[in-house]
Design a protein around this ligand. Structure first.
Ligand code: XMP
Length: 610
């Protein structure tokens, strides 16, 4: 069921392992042009259906000494090619230009357009763009010309050849990222490429998709029944309603596994929601909280925790599937497009998250023609749009994303401070002081992205009497740039100075989970009360086993972010009144040592802490 409707003009996005390929494809689709992810190893014939190619990739490749293996035949395809970041450098190299290690450039920059080009048609002479890279094109290949240079906002440094073109060969390269929201007119640039330069007709729409899918589901399932796991999230809910429409409720069985790592009252809400869709009677609950707790007992390493959660989930799923899948039953999954690519396809991409929907047992069932994935060609924004077409509530569609491993990745566990904690960041105090702030390192690790790879490093806790937002953000930026081993900054909201923060060794227990659930509930209620659920894209609440100034054992961290698709994020500012209410409510919870606000951009910090 995986071939998207023929008859649409297509663009291929070749994914060299950066995180941005999906973002690019989703952006191009939003313009109305069907974009699909292709692998660097795909032979030239695989590109026959495409009217243009975008090469994206990771600056990590060069700095990690990896050979990117760009097949020269890819760069010689007889269609227009746009290279972004790494792709830009590869185009330059292929045609005889030079690329050098020019050092890390990161953040907002001003693009000055220096030549007329269809790529920048309709744009202003100066544009705001977003940069993140280490290498750069240092000399132009023959036949190419510079169509723009950039000036980095932070330090005014100028970067020549940031945009290049050879209109005759129809090759274009830009060092910045048009696919991220921070590049103000990135979508126009991609439209100029896909529609203007490649000549694609913008015909791709989600509305026609639903009709096509209902027929496809009926054909595939035949007279079998379908079992679908529902988490309560948007994807599985949209999937359930779509299947219900196609087959009728009687042939649908919905399974909800409560892993004990859900938000307060979540399972009850899931039931209510399906009742509203007339599917309540088809829903079966599996209460597996104890089983997950046992699997997590004593673990502190984030990757081990994640694995334990994933493995337990699979074991329970297999057990239940065997119970319900006797006879001729098809398994349905709410897999969406990025899920299929991240696990199976991309050899180089760092594992950002592990997906349940591609484990061996499911792969076997796929091979046996027993798995249906009705929304596997869609991106999240498109799933939401489809949900809207199917008449689902805005409140459900607008829900904040919630990770599969649930609160498990927001409850930090540690037995001792990390090895690099002692003696790290000698210059931290001096950098923070420049912004009138104090800073201490936190004795645990949190995950971040460094040049597209996951890396575990130390967070910093900032405090100050007059900690103005803009100044705090600038301080955080300076710390990320100048202080080693740090990927995250938290602003202390507790009140009073921070003298010391110590680790209180802890693992994952029900008691801690309940405390986190309560804190998270207060935060969500607060955001709702202040009408911020839409403005804030996601707001994890994190529990870190830390005492503050010798008191308490659990430090609560709020992580409100603005984002579009989670690839990049900026910290969201909370209104003073909300911060004051949360301080009062959360500090009153038993064992809580303090309250902090994560002020980290992504990159370098991820949205979640593990
Ligand atoms: P990060 O933390 O990488 O998160 O900035 C990006 C988005 O993905 C969600 N996330 C997950 N979702 N399983 C999931 O289904 C996971 O293991 C996982 N980890 C992170 C995160 O909540 C954010 O929306």
């Amino acid at each position: 069921m995986n071939d998207t409707a023929p008859g649409h003009d297509r663009i291929a996005v070749v994914d060299f392992g950066g995180q941005y390929a999906h973002l690019i494809a989703a952006r191009v689709r939003r313009i109305g042009v069907l974009a699909e992810i292709r692998e660097p190893t795909d032979p030239p014939e695989a590109f026959a259906p495409y009217r243009g190619v975008i090469i994206s990739g990771s600056p990590a490749l060069a700095s990690h000494g990896e050979d990117a293996d760009v097949d020269p035949r890819l760069l010689e395809l007889p269609v227009p090619i746009l290279g972004l970041c790494f792709g830009h450098q590869e185009i330059a190299k292929h045609y005889g230009g030079e690329v050098g290690h020019t050092g890390r450039e990161y953040g907002f920059a001003r693009l000055t357009i220096t030549a007329e080009t269809p790529l920048f048609a309709g744009l202003s002479p100066e544009e705001t763009v977003w940069m993140s890279h280490q290498d750069a094109v240092t000399s132009l290949p023959e036949g190419f010309r510079e169509i723009g240079f950039t000036t980095l906002e932070e330090d005014g440094s100028v970067h020549r050849f940031a945009a290049i073109a050879d209109e005759e060969r129809r090759r274009y390269g830009v060092q910045f990222h048009p696919e991220v929201d921070d590049t103000e007119h990135g979508e126009e640039m991609l439209r100029n490429f896909a529609v203007g330069i490649c000549g694609c007709r913008p015909t791709w729409k989600v509305a026609t998709f639903a009709e096509e899918k209902l027929d496809e589901i009926r054909r595939f399932v035949g007279d079998r029944s379908v079992l679908l796991l529902v988490s309560g999230g948007v994807d599985s809910t949209v999937c359930a309603v779509l299947l219900g429409r196609a087959l009728g409720p009687e042939r649908l069985r919905l399974l909800h596994i409560d892993n004990g790592l859900m938000r307060k009252g979540e399972s009850r809400r899931v039931l209510e929601r399906f009742r509203r869709f007339g599917l309540g009677a088809r829903l079966h609950f599996v209460d597996a909280g104890e089983e997950f707790l046992r699997a997590l007992e004593g673990l502190t390493d984030p990757e081990e925790k994640r694995r334990a959660i994933g493995d337990t989930f699979i074991a329970i799923f297999e057990r239940e599937a065997r119970r319900w899948m006797d006879g001729d039953v098809v398994l349905a999954q709410g897999t969406i497009y990025p899920d299929t690519i991240e696990t199976g396809g991309t050899a180089r991409a760092d594992v950002i998250k592990t997906h349940h929907n591609r484990v061996p047992v499911i792969a076997e069932m796929i091979a046996a023609g027993r798995v249906v994935e009705p929304i596997r060609d869609l991106y999240k924004v498109e799933v939401r749009e489809l949900g809207r077409e199917l008449g689902l509530d805005e409140s459900l569609l607008a829900r904040h994303p919630f990770p599969g491993p649930g609160l498990g990745v927001r409850l930090l566990c540690a037995k001792e401070p990390p090895a690099e904690y002692e003696g790290a960041a000698a210059n931290l105090g001096e950098v923070a002081a420049r912004y009138g702030l104090s800073a201490v390192l936190l004795p645990l690790r949190s995950v971040g992205v460094k040049a597209d790879l996951r890396s575990f490093e130390l967070p910093v806790l900032l405090s100050g009497r007059d900690a103005q937002w803009e100044r705090v953000l600038r301080a955080a930026g300076a710390i990320f740039k100048e202080v080693d081993h740090v990927n995250r900054c938290v602003l202390d909201l507790t009140g009073g100075g921070v003298e010391r923060v110590e680790l209180v060794p802890a693992t994952l227990t029900r008691e801690r989970l309940d405390l986190l659930r309560e804190a998270d509930h207060l935060v969500m209620e607060g955001l709702r009360r202040h009408g911020l659920m839409e403005d804030v894209w996601q707001c994890p609440t994190v529990l870190a086993p830390l005492s503050r100034n010798g008191r308490g054992r659990e430090y609560v961290i709020l992580r409100p972010v603005h984002s579009a698709r989670a690839m990049t994020a900026t910290p969201a500012r909370l209104p003073d009144a909300l911060a004051a209410e949360l301080r009062k409510e959360i500090l009153a919870l038993p064992g809580v040592s303090g309250l902090g606000l994560d002020v980290t951009t992504k990159p370098p910090g991820t949205i979640e802490w593990e």
